[in-house]
Design a protein around this ligand. Structure first.
Ligand code: SF4
Length: 80
């Protein structure tokens, strides 16, 4: 499960986040390159742009579902 108490420091503020269990597999950046970036300082991926539209949320949710370490979380409201 994503850990909301151990978020990657570079996450852009908002409901979605990457936690520090990220192993930098690149998966989220391949699925949603407009939303996830790589932080060289920590070696962790992070949310660089929060999704806004339904389409963007769908892509970010897909990345979340494919994360091998379940490191991508959503603190916000459940989407439909
Ligand atoms: S998919 Fe998960 S483990 Fe892979 S880079 Fe993204 S957050 Fe890290």
């Amino acid at each position: 499960m994503p850990n909301p108490h151990s978020k990657a420091p570079a996450n852009h503020e908002g409901p979605y986040y990457v936690d520090t269990d990220c192993i930098d597999c690149c998966g989220c950046r391949e699925i949603a390159p407009r939303h996830f970036g790589f932080d060289e300082d920590t070696g962790l991926s992070y949310v660089m742009r929060q999704p806004e539209t339904a389409e963007e949320k769908e892509i970010v949710n897909e990345a979340m579902n494919h994360c091998p370490t379940e490191s991508i979380g959503n603190d916000g409201e459940e989407e439909g």
